[in-house]
Structures are given as C-alpha cells and as structure tokens.
Design a binder for this molecule. Structure first.
Ligand code: GLN
Length: 239
C-alpha cells in the first residue's frame, strides 16, 4: 500500500477545459502544505486503471471530447462505481459531471451514455449557459465559479445539490440547483478552475481522502489571502 496520497486525474487529454487541471494542482499543493506526501497520476483512454487511488478528479470538455472518452469511460465505469461505493472522494466538473450521471442528450440529438455514479440526467437546452456563478451551500459557504455548457442537468432522488444558485444558472434554467453530491462524490458545473477560489472544498476532499488512507488528518493553517481576495473580486463580477 502506498505511503502517499494518490490523486488521479481522469482524461486530462480530452477533458480539461477552462483550466480544470488547476483543481488537481490545488489538491496536490494543499495536501503537501498540510504535510501529506502526494503522488499525481493521470488516466487517459486505453491506459490501465491504477490501483490504490485515494482521490479522483475530472474536468470538462466539448461534446466531441465526451464522444472520444465515452466507450473507455463505460469500460472503467464499474471500477469508478465500486470506488464511489467505497467512499473514495471524487470531484468531477461539467463534461465529466454530466457523464458521471446516466446520460447527456446533446444539441445535435445524439446520446452520450454515462456511468450512473450520480443519479442525474442531462439534456442540451436551447441556449448555452455562460457566465460567472455564485451559489450558497451549508457546508462550504458561498461557492464561486464560471459556467459554460449547453447541457441542462436534472437531479434524481439519490443525489443532493452541491449549492443553491444566487447568480447564474447552475444545473439548469429551472430549479436554482448547482452541482450534485452522493456519498463522497461531488459534481459541479463550475470552472475557473473551481478549487483555487473555493479552498473549503479542496480541504474537504483532502481530509476525506487522508482520513480514509491514513486513519486521521490534522489540517495545518494555510495562508488563503489570495483565495479570499479572488473570492471577493469574483463575487462582484457581472454575470
Ligand atoms: N459539452 C458539455 C456541454 O456543453 C460540457 C461543457 C463543458 O464541460 N464546459 O454541456
């Protein structure tokens, strides 16, 4: 068993838009600053799926990128469902968030199948939802980011929303929900990337992964001055 916290980035080649790779960098850097040794892994189509993974991160992508990974993702879907059932923490953004649900019906009318880790489905809407987003959540306070998606996601009864929309669209134009949570899996539409401006979510993922791996986790106080400033500025940006 590894002495390191093993962080796996899914499909960095096809699914990494609007700087989503930044989420992985934040997790690695903050984990190190909390005193944890880290090993960064990546998984692209055709690779063999690594063992002993502690934290899984995935980004967004164009519909064409989602088409590229669809078959491969369905192939590793069983492993990802097992890891989710075993409470491995995961953060998936936009395009992979959609494909962690049941399916995404695209603007041109074809269906990209998902792996059903999250109980939700996505249908392309008439308009693209683009702009800055602010949501509120009980656990993480305000969650701030940027969205750009055609898909509108509707949550089933097995998931809870990540946040309630204050500005922007979030999951869809109708119900003011943003993102989804089930067990330790978090899905969200928010790019930016998300974690530099929302360190509470980063530390939650790290704490969950570290406690699961090492039996305990003691956070160190980190200097979040830049994150606090970025949050203040982002909160004032027009939609
Ligand atoms: N292609 C998907 C959509 O348009 C996801 C976009 C994204 O990841 N930003 O809804």
């Amino acid at each position: 068993m590894s002495e390191c916290l093993r962080i796996l980035q899914l499909y960095p080649r096809a699914m990494n838009i609007y700087g989503d790779w930044g989420n992985t960098l934040v997790l690695a850097r903050r984990a190190q600053e909390h005193g944890l040794p880290v090993e960064l892994l990546s998984y692209n189509e055709g690779d063999s799926f690594p063992s002993d993974v502690d934290l899984i991160v995935g980004g967004g992508g164009q519909d064409s990128g989602q088409d590229v990974i669809q078959d491969d993702l369905l192939g590793i879907g069983g492993q990802l469902r097992d890891l989710a059932a075993d409470d491995v923490p995961m953060l998936v953004i936009c395009g992979l968030y959609q494909l962690f649900g049941h399916f995404f019906r695209t603007q041109d009318g074809h269906t990209i199948k998902g792996i059903g880790v999250l109980d939700l489905e996505t249908h392309a809407g008439e308009t693209r939802l683009i702009g800055n987003v602010v949501t509120t959540s009980d656990q993480f306070g305000d969650i701030i980011g940027y969205e750009n998606h055609s898909g509108q996601t509707f949550l089933g009864p097995q998931v809870q929303p990540l946040g309630t929309v204050v500005a922007g669209a979030g999951n869809n134009e109708k119900d003011a929900t943003e993102g989804a949570r089930s067990r330790e899996v978090i899905g969200s539409y928010l790019h930016g990337s998300l974690l530099p401006k929302n360190p509470a979510i980063a530390d939650h993922l790290i704490a969950t992964a570290a406690t699961r791996r090492f039996g305990s986790f003691t956070p160190r106080p980190l200097d979040d001055t830049l994150a606090v400033r970025a949050r203040e500025i982002a909160r004032r940006l027009p939609r």
